[in-house]
Design a protein around this ligand. Structure first.
Ligand code: ADP
Ligand code: TRP
Length: 321
């Protein structure tokens, strides 16, 4: 199965990214043809500082490699190192109704958050469709928030195939129903663009502070609490087995539970889960040239896969003469 997904280097990667996308992607490398990339063109829709974008790209690469992505198994690269994807985006722009893009929740949310409504932001899903279709991807593992983007990619592929004949594989989203959208420390969706994240590789003190600031209600220690209404419970549940989760829910309902104790437990769980990866990351970080070599080699492989599709598309639309 050909599986592809990408992540924006627009800020430090967080536990929402980990559970929603990175963990399933890394697991897929064992038995599939895996395409994993850092979507720096997409991040340009929100990052306008070049140094920040470049540094974020290297950080995201480090995170993936530290967490176990194996560049010998997966094709791992940076989006802009295969710039042909922008040519396909232009071609797809011409079969994409503006109305489809204006209905995008992500576009509307980002504008509501104060991001400038640039043409790039509007066209974001077309670039994402090009990413997916250029590699004839069959399955795209993403968090729930990306479902509509996947539907747009499918619509575009179907329309193109209808107009120009069978060309693209119609991709399927793969959304893990067991992983609801991870909430941030303020209770909204955890997102790099909302400054409410718990980073995977935060420094110890930063991590403690972030966890301490997870918003909880102000009910007295003695009173019974409803775990299903507690953001802290939702976050810590990601790290617990079903049995451990049931035990903690019981502690909530019995009363006498201190949120500060649960926060300490959460710190321990995060610190332990990513402990090995943290060590690996520190080692990798001291050799940025090696990371660049890995990414450039990945881009070469990706380009080799992309070119035949692009050639076929150019022919069909009449760019080859
Ligand atoms: P962000 O919103 O932080 O910028 P991205 O848009 O780069 O994150 O998302 C990268 C991947 O991580 C996507 O597959 C997305 O669905 C997933 N993801 C992002 N935030 C969350 C979250 N809060 N819960 C679950 N998955 C998430
Ligand atoms: N839009 C995705 C996100 O914000 C990132 C992305 C870009 C992507 N291109 C992709 C995801 C292709 C999957 C496939 O998470």
């Amino acid at each position: 199965m050909r599986i592809l997904s990408g992540i924006q280097p627009s800020g430090s990667l967080h536990i929402g990214n980990y559970f929603g996308m990175m963990k399933p992607m890394i697991a897929y490398q064992e038995e599939n043809e895996l395409y994993c990339f850092i979507v720096n063109y997409h991040a340009m829709t929100s990052v306008t500082d070049g140094e920040q974008l470049a540094a974020g790209t290297m950080e995201a690469a480090l995170d993936f490699l530290a967490l176990g992505l194996d560049p010998n198994r997966a094709i791992f690269w940076v989006q802009s190192d295969v710039p042909e994807v922008t040519e396909l985006t232009w071609i797809l722009n011409n079969v994409t109704p503006v109305g489809l893009l204006l209905r995008s929740h992500s576009y509307k949310d980002k504008i509501a958050q104060g991001i400038a409504p640039s043409h790039g932001l509007l066209s974001y899903p077309v670039l994402m469709a090009a990413d997916i279709l250029l590699y004839q991807s069959e399955k795209v593992p993403v968090g729930q928030d990306q479902q509509q983007h996947l539907e747009i990619a499918r619509d575009i592929a179907i329309k193109f195939n209808h107009l120009f004949g069978e060309t693209f594989v119609i991709p399927e989203a793969e959304i893990n129903a067991n992983i609801p959208t991870v909430l941030g420390i303020d209770g909204r969706k955890m997102s790099k663009s909302y400054s409410n994240t718990i980073e995977i590789f935060a420094e110890e003190e930063v991590l403690r502070r972030k966890i301490a600031s997870i918003v909880t209600d102000s009910s007295p220690v003695a009173s019974p609490k409803d775990p299903d209404k507690c953001n802290l419970f939702a976050i810590i549940s990601l790290f617990l087995s079903e049995e451990e989760r049931a035990q903690l829910a019981d502690r909530y309902r019995r009363g006498g539970l201190r949120y500060s104790d649960v926060k300490k437990e959460l710190f321990g769980l995060i610190w332990d889960l990513f402990g090995e990866a943290r060590k690996k990351r520190d080692k990798l970080k001291s050799n940025p040239a090696q990371i660049r070599d890995i990414l450039k080699a990945g881009a070469e492989k990706a380009r080799r896969k992309a070119l035949p599709t692009l050639e076929m598309v150019r022919e069909k639309v009449g760019l080859a003469y």
